[in-house]
Design a protein around this ligand. Structure first.
Ligand code: FMN
Length: 223
């Protein structure tokens, strides 16, 4: 067998593996900061729902800080930034980043992994308009460089608490949502919050499983 045919055969083996690896890009986030430029009182006072965003990209530090505030690990390598019934942590946070909208991040959908403080890409491409369309055509949502989606996997909570695990999951999403609002305020950013969307369409657009029920969608950008 000559070199050319060996190259030809091995390309059939390695190219699909390489392509698969490419669709699962991992991005290690910068370490979050534990000090800020505004007091919690100032952030609470200033917080508002923002529905217009400047055409200005975010950087990974800003995204990292917001994700850490939302659902990052804060103690013992386990406890998170929000209270959680039974410390069962039923939420997941997904990031839909626009094209050239976050320095160092390709356009696509990413899954936030709190323990490793990293992002794993689950889908490539510009999907912000699709998310806005799935949210009853609230087109302002897609003006923001990043859209965060908070989902709940109820089973993590209901297997201990039965039906009460469902409201417990919603309550926890509210905690994460408020942390996102306040952290953004400290960073000089604005947040839009949306509860009106078709859950199944959002799941399809993001390319996530049916177990991840979308609860809140939040746009992040410069006000
Ligand atoms: C669960 C929930 C769902 C919401 N859904 C939407 C929405 O779909 N579209 C929207 O423009 N605002 C939405 N909002 C934002 C509210 O309209 C807003 O919080 C309210 O008007 C008070 O304004 P403020 O957040 O600036 O204080 C939602 C807020 C919450 C808490």
């Amino acid at each position: 067998m000559n070199t050319l045919s060996i190259l030809f055969i091995t390309s059939f083996i390695f190219l699909p593996i390489f392509a698969l690896a490419q669709t699962h890009t991992d991005v290690l986030l910068p370490k979050p900061s534990f000090t800020g430029k505004k007091s919690v009182e100032e952030a609470i006072k200033a917080r508002r729902t923002v529905r217009h965003f400047k055409a200005k990209a975010l950087n990974l530090e800003q995204l990292s800080q917001i994700l850490w505030a939302a659902y990052g690990v804060t103690a013992n390598g386990f406890y998170k930034s929000v209270p959680s019934a039974g410390a069962l942590y039923p939420l997941d946070i997904w990031v839909a980043a626009g094209k050239n909208e976050v320095e160092g991040l390709q356009a696509g959908v990413y899954h936030y992994i709190p323990k490793a403080h990293r992002l794993t890409q689950v889908k490539a491409g510009e999907l912000r308009d699709d998310i806005a369309r799935a949210s009853l055509y609230q087109s302002w949502m897609a003006e923001a460089p990043v859209i965060l989606i908070i989902t709940g996997e109820y089973e993590r909570c209901t297997r201990k608490y039965g039906e009460r695990g469902i409201p417990y999951t919603y309550i926890e999403a509210g905690h994460a949502g408020q942390n996102i609002f306040l952290q953004a305020e400290v960073l000089g950013l604005g947040i839009g919050i949306v509860g009106a969307f078709h859950n199944d369409v959002v799941q399809k657009v993001l390319g996530i499983g049916k177990v991840y029920d979308p609860i809140l969608i939040m746009s992040v950008g410069y006000k």
